[in-house]
Design a protein around this ligand. Structure first.
Ligand code: MN
Ligand code: MN
Length: 307
């Protein structure tokens, strides 16, 4: 990513807003709260602070590791015994901050949270310009195992581009041999997100899809005027960033949205992100920060206590 002074300023601003939004989100995770209430408030707060959501607020409970956000008709209400991952993304003019934290309402899963939290803290300590991706994975796995848990092997951190949430390089949560020669160069914006579990350490497709993104490929398909209008709205408002059909209710009715999403997905114009569930129904915890790698130092953009 080309990083002039203005870009760095916007990346830092996004990070500060991301941290505040994450803090509000975790404070709202309480018995009786619903994903819809929390996510609506979180997304509204993002706008109040002068940023925009970079993706829908993720509210993933227990064995759901990632990618749940309330849909047009479904919601999750907390009873008070859950492990809740809140993952928020904000952007300032396309410059993204991606950050997550876990709240334990059960009162008995503190150690599971400590595992992922301490893994992320360890990454904050070792992160430096030109660090090997392999060494990050090694540190994450070691911290999680030390607490008696497993990392989720098929969920990774990722580099971030302008308007691009997954910019190409993955940051595995274990020492993956294929990343041995890969280094994080100055000018890289990268999210690191350790996931810890008491299950197998793998996630699978959970079927439900409430998050999509425009693939950038309109193709030559014949769409109905309504489908065309929905697509135009998506491209104009979210570009290629992930969105949720719930957001489209601002402009369209439920039936129009449902039909358009179905067609656009079938034609490969938008891409679905299904919820990801731990393969053995293990509980999952997650913590995440965004790191800006500069020539001579690293800024943890979403961490107020790390600087
Ligand atoms: Mn995230
Ligand atoms: Mn991420």
């Amino acid at each position: 990513m080309a990083l002039d002074e203005e870009a760095v300023e916007k990346i830092i601003k996004a990070g500060e807003i991301g941290a505040r939004v994450r803090e509000l989100a975790t404070s709202l995770v309480k018995p009786g709260a619903s994903a819809r209430e929390v996510c609506s408030r979180v997304e509204e707060y993002t706008l109040e602070l002068g940023a925009k959501p970079a993706f829908p607020c993720n509210f993933s409970v227990n064995e759901v590791a990632a990618h749940y956000t309330p849909g047009l008709d479904d919601d999750v209400r907390l009873t008070g015994v859950e492990v809740v991952k809140i993952d928020v993304g904000v952007h300032v003019d396309g410059y993204i901050a991606d950050t997550a934290a876990t709240v334990d309402l059960s009162g008995v899963n503190g150690p599971l949270l400590d595992a992922a939290r301490s893994a992320l803290e360890q990454v904050v300590r070792i992160m430096k310009p030109n660090i090997r991706v392999y060494d990050i994975g090694k540190a994450v796995e070691a911290a999680i195992k030390k607490h008696g848990y497993r990392p989720v092997r098929n969920l990774t951190g990722h580099t971030i581009g302008r308007w691009i949430i997954h910019a190409g390089t993955q940051i595995p949560n274990y020492p993956d041999r294929t990343t041995f020669h890969k280094r994080l160069r100055p000018g890289t914006l990268v999210a690191v997100e350790p996931f810890a579990t008491n299950g197998r350490g793998l996630v699978r497709d959970g079927g439900v899809v409430n998050i999509y993104s425009y693939t950038g490929k309109r193709g030559r398909y014949k769409l109905s005027p309504e489908e065309e209008e929905v697509l135009e709205y998506i491209v104009e408002n979210y570009k290629t960033l992930p969105f949720t059909p719930r957001w489209l209710l601002e402009r369209f009715d439920k039936e129009t949205i449902t039909q358009a999403i179905r067609t656009l997905t079938a034609k490969g114009i938008i891409y679905p992100y299904p919820i990801l569930v731990e393969a053995s129904k293990g509980l999952v915890s997650q913590f995440e920060h965004t790191f800006l790698i500069l020539e001579d130092r690293v800024i943890v953009t979403t961490c107020r206590d790390c600087q």
